[in-house]
Design a protein around this ligand. Structure first.
Ligand code: RAM
Length: 333
């Protein structure tokens, strides 16, 4: 046999081996796609960690962690179409827009893919259920209280949100506005959107600082926004004048708490959220559970979630971080 022929037959053997490996792999794991608002966001990296933890515990699950590069519905629709083509078993998605994703996710469900949303919800017709991180009214109350606690004389606050179509932030802002009736001396000056992009969030925070000279607090119900706002307040030498609060990761906020830019902030455990969403997707995909109003669905070590009349459920309560505990939790998420 010539060297050339030998090379070809070796290549053919390698291909045969590779094909047989693929055949074995196809039979085994269930593929659960975790689709996030955008790649590169620390909060979702922690969600990914939790999803992998659940997959390891369940044993026959492979996580496909994916998302667009920007927090847009168009980007997520492309990702969903590609997951349908790959015939994944389940999709757990944090939505950039509750309505725009419905046709693509309906198509996925028609092809037998189990679809749930978590964190930022999809409208009921586009998913089996929605796992909220926490109770929406509770987050609304927490957000305004965090600001009010450090405004003894009241005054103006502004909200720096994620994208204008983000289901979760919009629900929390609505809850916060409702709760503000109990704080008559606090006025909401404006709501601006940084799209969960660090640079845009930073520019929006700079705009708030310039436009509202009497601003007492920036409330950012997004881990990207709160970090950018704290940085902008430090850079503008406004520490002590404007308090930055909202929802943040201890690992990203510890320095800003120590600088004084943020007195306190809140969050639930994002690792737990990724873990719980994966457990639920697995239980629904394997028909161990059915999503319907009143159902109690197992989230593994996180207990059970109870679904309301829209098939929405909440995982856990948010927790408050300040100078006394932020370093301890910064090591975890
Ligand atoms: C950002 C995202 C996410 C939200 C957190 C609080 O990471 O907008 O959806 O839950 O902030």
């Amino acid at each position: 046999m010539s060297i050339w022929k030998k090379a070809i037959s070796t290549a053919a053997l390698a291909t045969a081996l590779a094909t047989s490996t693929v055949t074995v792999a196809q039979a085994a794991p269930m593929r659960i796609a975790v689709v996030v608002k955008a790649l590169g966001i620390g909060f979702f990296d922690a969600v990914h960690k939790g999803a992998e933890e659940a997959a390891k515990q369940i044993g026959d699950v492979q996580i496909i962690y994916t998302g667009p590069t920007k927090t847009t519905a168009e980007g997520q629709i492309q990702v969903i179409d590609s997951l349908i083509a790959q015939r994944v078993d389940a999709i757990a998605i944090s939505a950039n827009d509750k309505d725009a994703l419905v046709p693509a996710l309906k198509k996925a469900m028609q092809r037998g893919i189990t679809v749930i949303s978590f964190d930022s919800g999809v409208a009921p017709e586009g998913r089996l259920m929605q796992l909220n991180a926490s109770s929406t009214p509770l987050i609304g109350q927490t957000l305004i209280k965090l600001a009010a606690d450090h405004m003894p004389n009241g005054g103006e606050v502004a909200v720096l949100s994620a994208s204008a179509t983000a289901t979760n932030q919009n629900a929390w802002i609505a809850a916060m506005k409702g709760e503000m009736k109990n704080y008559p001396n606090i006025k909401l000056a404006t709501v601006v959107y940084g799209d969960d992009m660090a640079d845009k969030s930073y520019r929006e925070a700079q705009g708030l600082i310039k436009t509202y000279p009497n601003l007492k607090a920036i409330i950012a119900p997004t881990t990207v926004g709160i970090q950018a706002a704290a940085q902008a307040v430090e850079d503008a030498h406004m520490v002590g004048k404007i308090n930055v609060t909202g929802l943040g990761l201890p690992s990203e906020m510890a320095g800003h708490v120590h600088s004084g830019a943020s007195k306190s902030f809140a969050i639930w455990n994002p690792i737990d959220l990724g873990y719980a969403a994966t457990e639920i997707a697995y239980n629904l995909a394997t028909k161990k559970a059915v999503a319907k109003p009143g159902a109690k669905i197992s989230m593994g070590r996180m207990g059970t979630v109870t679904l309301d009349e829209h098939n929405d459920g909440a995982m856990a309560n948010p927790f408050v971080y300040d100078a006394s505990n932020v370093d301890q939790f910064a090591k975890i998420f």
